[in-house]
Ligand binder design. Structure first.
Ligand code: FS2
Ligand code: SF4
Length: 523
């Protein structure tokens, strides 16, 4: 086992015995094999043109290997068998046992010996995993972009061939472009299905009826759960990355969508224990469950853990949540954790509706700087940095956020500027796309040549591979000088680090005081 794909990797180097996320050696091995099988399948099918079945399989395999998604060896083995069967179908002359031996031999990070090429290869794979996850969410809603699927297949196929360092860097650059396109596709899917996010108050209070808690990123699962629990006497609460669902007009028709419960993903052990009712995890981030709520925790979609009940999709593409609903009727109401509400819903359409106000506030000097503090949250105490930055930014700075990073500061009372809240939450991590659209609109409004000429700083928190896709997207858009923390990726080393740090001026974080001062000076 050599896994260093997330920010919490052991000692900032690699998890080699057991993941800090809970991933076992055997799971890590199966996931490495799935990545290799995805490459081989991509290679075998490169010439067949559009093939949703193959693309779905490759996306599913990539998504299953993202941090905190799949801890279930049995399902990983099944997926591996599906992939090898498909490879055999498209390479009828090959001997099946040879295909499998090849995959097992080539799987794993350390099979690439050259450290620079290894770093570039892993950066590329992690970016593609993030792209695959966002593309999968869009596909679930019926939105596909064959150029995204083609890219995933081409890049995975290319990884089976001997690539030079410069080839890998070219693919990485292209991945940034495709990442923007994929997030745009998902943004379109979400807005067309559920309306454009709008300013919304989200309650943090627990009601007296039993509830079901839904976490992860999949809005379609939420839509089906809300429909199936209408008039049932059960309240629905969102957790973690499902919080932004409250910003969509579509979900407001359901009065039993009660509010948001708890904090970011890594706080789920305490939040799920206190919730008392059933919990549905629709995607990452799953933490291996505690006994106190294991029998109330269900998974669906890409997320799985041995011992947990998994809700499958039926042939009509629907899911039956009656097991959760029946259980909810037998459970107590959630323990109250918090009071009050939070405000969010600043997707690009909503911010553009406020554009005149925003531009006026900048021109009048009431807003001096925008600081993008999007990304992920995580367990480490170092992430307190983001709370302190939010607190220490002067009153004329506005924070633009998306992703679960916001849980470090979205409940602070940071006030407003001319009626505009100082924390503008666009939504989930994929809604970083909204932040890019907003930045591009600001560039237009202020007639500057580049995003880097705007009063805009980036202080991004990362944790898993969707954040890598977002980072590549920002680099593709020409953003320079991004602060990335709390620690730079362990997989970024040697020549890759040189390019990111020198050409893109990527930097690590310092102390909150230093960084706030530097950002306000545009550095
Ligand atoms: Fe947060 Fe976790 Fe959103 Fe990441 S809930 S770190 O996988 O996808 O952001
Ligand atoms: Fe370690 Fe992160 Fe890999 Fe889990 S995903 S094994 S914590 S590096």
């Amino acid at each position: 086992m050599h896994c260093y794909q997330c920010e919490e990797t052991n000692n900032g180097e690699a998890c080699t015995t057991k993941g800090l996320c809970g991933k076992s050696v055997s799971t890590a091995k199966l996931q490495d094999q799935l990545i290799e099988a995805a490459s081989q399948l991509a290679y075998a099918t490169l010439e067949i043109g559009d093939c949703p079945k193959v693309d779905d399989l490759i996306r599913t395999a990539l998504f299953a290997t993202i941090t905190n998604v799949n801890f279930d060896n049995q399902s990983l083995r099944q997926l591996f068998t599906c992939m090898t069967n498909e490879i055999e179908r498209y390479t009828p002359d090959a001997i099946p046992s040879v295909i499998r031996t090849d995959i097992l031999k080539s799987a794993g990070v350390l099979t690439m010996h050259n450290p620079d090429r290894r770093s570039a290869k892993e950066l590329l794979i992690y970016g593609v995993k993030g792209i695959a996850a966002y593309a999968e969410h869009a596909a679930q809603l019926g939105y596909r972009d064959s150029s995204v699927d083609q890219f995933i297949r081409q890049v995975m196929a290319a990884l089976t061939t001997p690539l030079r360092f410069s080839d890998l860097m070219d693919w990485i650059v292209k991945a940034g472009e495709v990442s923007v396109a994929t997030m745009a596709l998902l943004d379109k899917a979400h807005r067309e299905c559920y309306g454009s996010p709008e300013i919304s108050e989200v309650s943090l209070e627990a009601g007296s009826a039993p509830g079901i808690l839904i976490s992860g990123h999949d809005l379609k699962d939420l839509a089906q759960l809300l429909e199936q629990t209408k008039n049932s006497g059960i309240d629905i609460y969102t957790h973690g990355e499902m919080l932004p669902a409250h910003y969509y007009p579509y979900f407001k028709q359901y009065s039993h969508l009660k509010g948001n419960y708890g904090g970011a993903w890594w706080q789920q052990e305490q939040d799920f224990s206190a919730f008392n009712g059933p919990i549905l995890m629709t995607t990452n981030c799953l933490v291996p469950p505690q006994d106190s709520y294991e029998d109330r925790l269900f998974t669906t979609g890409p997320v799985r853990h041995s011992g947990l009940t998994h809700i499958e999709t039926n042939s009509a593409g629907d899911k039956d949540f009656s097991a959760l609903i029946d259980l909810a009727h037998q459970c107590r109401a959630p323990e109250p954790l918090e009071t009050g509400h939070i405000v969010g819903g600043f997707g690009h359409d909503q911010v553009m509706a406020l554009a005149d106000q925003v531009v006026e506030a900048v021109q009048a000097g009431a807003i001096k700087r925008f600081v993008v503090m999007a990304g992920c949250d995580g367990r480490s105490d170092e992430r307190e940095y983001y709370t302190q930055v939010a607190e220490q930014l002067p009153q004329d700075a506005v924070i633009l956020t998306a992703g679960c990073a916001k849980f470090r500061y979205n409940k602070l009372d940071l006030g407003t500027i001319n009626g505009i809240p100082r924390v503008l939450d666009a939504g989930q991590c994929n809604d970083c796309y909204s932040l890019a659209v907003i930045a591009l609109k600001l560039q237009e409004a202020f007639s500057v040549d580049s995003l880097n000429d705007l009063p805009l700083s980036f202080d991004v928190a990362w944790y898993e591979q969707k954040a890598v896709a977002v980072l590549l997207a920002l680099l593709h858009l020409g953003v320079k000088g991004i602060r990335l923390g709390p620690n730079l990726p362990a997989f970024v080393t040697g020549k890759v680090a040189d390019i990111l740090l020198n050409d893109f001026e990527l930097k690590g974080i310092g102390s909150p005081e230093q960084d706030v001062e530097a950002m306000m000076l545009g550095r």
